[in-house]
Design a binder for this molecule. Structure first.
Ligand code: FE
Length: 240
């Protein structure tokens, strides 16, 4: 146990050394942490609530935008095992709200009626390098939550990860100056969001400018044995 803690500290140290800083819009964002090259132990990505807006429209696709307006975002999710090796052929599902905070497929308080629609949802299998690359827009926000994208990782029909990813606060400040994101109300910030705080900095994507928008990278290490515990048959996460 002590050995594993020391190993994780070493990984953190290495991440601090290899992670660069990128100045953007007046803020500085840490670039992605690198996996250890020596076959060390990867820190598992934390499980977080599925929330009430997951549905599976069975749409395998890289571009989930469906012409929703917003700041372009490429999201690359890199799936790894606990040994930090890339996992090929894993299914990655992503879903998030549009620039005004609306989830497709639902009619709910604080959002537009989007029943029957499928925007900003989709899934991809990971390539040989463990990565799935989605073309989308920067998510908007809705009351009570900081900006986030939901994701699942499914291995051989078993859900091994249900979680969320987040963004640097300064980046959201900059993106939300765009007119597509204009809305009344006060946005929650990462520090105010109890679900974000369960996972902390590990769940913030590494960001780089790309074209008119941004590239977001997130590495998620999963435990292939987590499936039974994470989603026993017929059980769904608590509504949030
Ligand atoms: Fe959500």
């Amino acid at each position: 146990m002590t050995g594993q803690i020391i190993r994780l500290q070493l990984i953190d140290r290495r991440a601090a050394l290899t992670g660069g800083l990128l100045a953007l819009g007046g803020g500085a964002f840490a670039l992605g942490r690198q996996p250890p090259a020596d076959g060390g132990v990867c820190r598992l990505y934390p499980q977080q609530t599925e929330g009430p807006f997951y549905l599976d429209p069975k749409m395998q696709r890289s571009d989930i935008t469906e012409n929703r307006p917003g700041s372009p975002l490429e999201l690359i999710v890199g799936v790894q095992g606990p040994d930090c090796r890339p996992l090929a052929g894993a299914r990655v599902d992503v879903w998030h709200c549009d620039s005004q905070g609306t989830y497709s497929g639902f009619d709910a308080p604080e959002q537009s009626d989007a029943r029957g629609q499928t925007f900003l949802r989709g899934w991809l299998p990971t390539a040989a390098n463990g990565e799935a690359a989605f073309k989308t827009i920067y998510p908007g926000w809705y009351p009570g939550r900081t900006p986030h994208i939901h994701l699942k990782v499914i291995l051989q029909d078993s859900t091994v990860l249900t979680s969320q990813l987040y963004f640097p606060e300064e980046l959201s400040d900059a993106v939300y100056r765009r007119r597509e994101y204009a809305k009344a109300g006060t946005r929650y910030r990462n520090a105010n969001d109890g679900i974000f705080r369960q996972g902390g900095a590990q769940t913030i994507a590494a960001i780089a400018p790309q074209g008119e928008g941004h590239l977001a990278r997130l590495r998620v290490a999963v435990d292939p044995a987590a499936g039974a515990a994470a989603s026993p048959p017929g059980r769904r996460g608590p509504p949030r």
